[in-house]
Design a protein around this ligand. Structure first.
Ligand code: UGA
Length: 449
């Protein structure tokens, strides 16, 4: 099928690349001409595992193309996936101006019927507005538009794998034809008819998750309800960690035992610096705002958000207690990205940690395998090192902010000789307390006795 993807951010890039790998012909467009030029030149603008392989293959097989001419892209596809950003406004509400702009473009440029699919994360009831906008912006009302919602559940860092091996594909539609079209688009994924960039020939043969057909409003709600629930789970684990510290219990023992109950599950109960990234913080705010708008009280989400914001305060309490005066100290910050396997630093806890360290007069020596160039735009005057051992040289303390696999393997015996003082404050609970202490470290983490 011929598909158009509008918006070449993280979601659009992964969606376009993976749908082309599933056998569709994909036309991508973005208002950022520089980004389109980069993509045309074969450069992948974000770091996402396997994405460059999938794109290279799609380009070679002429399954994907890029244009900054939105009209050309809109006319080329039978189905249009809207993948533009929906950033938070000051009051937490999702800013839908990019969706509105795209609706106008589609209505004005389309010459044949289109199925317009919301892939961007949007609050419930956006589908209804989108349908109205398409009709209102259509110059003579002759072109028919159907609207659908197809939320994505991709995690940065494993988005390509998630796309090809979904737990569920949700399609929110208003008519049987749109359901059939979306079902056809996802059949190659459901039937595993694609070259798996993650596992190659050893891709597990069991069929992928279910395709669920819902109403548009349900599909929109499923996305926000899922992300907010995961955020709640993380904040819950973080409060348990604080309790463990007071009582002398161990959060990992507690959450592991809790998680073995299948009704709870072990995932997303990792205590530490809390959640960051461009999804949870903004989605939880948008969900709080939506609930208030329709008169439903959702205070537990406000509490989850508050707990998350306080994680950095809790971290700094540990830093102050262990390091005492920060002014004039050399502090190594290990990890800048909001989580491992991505170069994304949006709402990354490390950024706020660095801001506070600088405010208190520390000299920051930051390390990250992927996110240095993005962070330099915010903090041009601190030292950066790809190699964590370089960042640790002469440091009075190491603050661990991202759970990069390479950081789990740091040889702390070697690092101890490089550091000015053996002090580690671990915001991601990566290391064994006893082992760190045996190596002579003053070691602090979250919720572990
Ligand atoms: C999240 C969801 O997991 C995806 O399903 C969803 O599609 C995506 O948002 C989105 O809306 O686009 P993502 O933001 O990539 O994905 O990252 P997660 O892996 O969910 O992690 C979010 C944050 O929570 C990270 O900062 C991570 O370090 C933190 N986290 C995660 C914890 O602090 N503890 C945990 O136990 C798990």
């Amino acid at each position: 099928m011929r598909l158009t993807v509008i918006g070449c951010g993280y979601v659009g890039l992964v969606t376009g690349a993976c749908l082309s790998a599933a056998g569709h012909e994909v036309f991508c467009t973005d208002i950022d001409e520089k980004r389109i030029a980069q993509l045309k030149a074969g450069e992948v603008p974000i770091y996402e595992e396997h994405l460059d392989d999938v794109l290279r293959r799609a380009v070679k097989e002429k399954k994907i193309s890029y244009t900054s001419d939105a009209g050309e892209a809109i006319r080329a596809g039978e189905v249009i996936f809207i993948c533009v950003g929906t950033p938070p406004k000051e009051n937490g509400e999702a800013d839908l101006s990019a969706i509105d702009h795209v609706a106008r473009q589609i209505a004005q440029e389309a010459r044949s019927p289109k199925l317009v699919v919301e892939k961007s994360t949007v609050p419930a009831l956006t589908g209804i507005q989108l349908q109205k906008a398409l009709a209102a912006y259509s110059p003579n009302g002759t072109v028919q538009f159907q609207v659908a919602s197809n939320p994505e559940f991709l995690r940065e860092g494993s988005a390509v794998s998630d796309f090809f091996h979904p737990d569920r594909i949700v399609v929110g539609v208003e008519d049987a034809k749109s359901a059939k079209t979306l079902n056809e688009i996802y059949q190659p994924i459901l039937e595993k008819k694609f070259h798996c960039p993650v596992h190659g020939d050893r891709c597990p043969k069991e069929t992928s998750g279910e395709l669920l057909v819902t109403t548009i409003s349900s599909a929109e709600l499923i996305k926000h309800a899922s992300n907010s629930f995961l955020a709640l789970k993380i904040s819950y684990a973080n409060v348990i960690a604080d309790l463990c510290e007071r009582i002398g219990a161990d959060v990992e023992e507690v959450t592991r035992a809790m998680g073995l109950d299948p009704r709870i599950g072990t995932q997303f109960l990792k205590a530490g610096l809390g959640f960051g990234g461009f999804c949870f913080p903004k989605d939880i705010q948008a969900f709080i705002h939506l609930s208030a708008t329709v008169g439903v009280e959702f205070d537990m989400l406000k509490a989850a958000e508050r707990v998350n914001k306080q994680r950095i305060d809790r971290f700094f309490e540990k830093v102050h207690k262990a390091l005492w005066v920060i002014r004039g100290k050399r502090v190594a910050v290990l990890g800048l990205a909001f989580k491992a396997n991505t170069d994304d630093i949006r709402f990354a806890p490390a950024l706020e940690v660095i801001r506070r360290l600088l405010e208190e007069g520390a000299q920051v020596q930051a390390a990250d395998p992927q996110a240095i160039s993005r962070t330099k735009q915010f903090y041009p005057n601190i030292s950066y090192f790809e190699d964590p051992y370089e960042a640790l040289k002469g440091a009075d303390a190491a603050l661990v902010c991202t759970e990069w696999p390479a950081y789990r393997k740091i040889d702390w015996e070697k690092a101890g000789h490089l550091m000015g003082r053996r002090l580690v404050i671990d915001g991601r609970n990566l290391y064994d307390t006893k082992r760190m202490q045996a190596l002579g470290f003053d070691y602090h983490s979250f919720g572990r006795s």
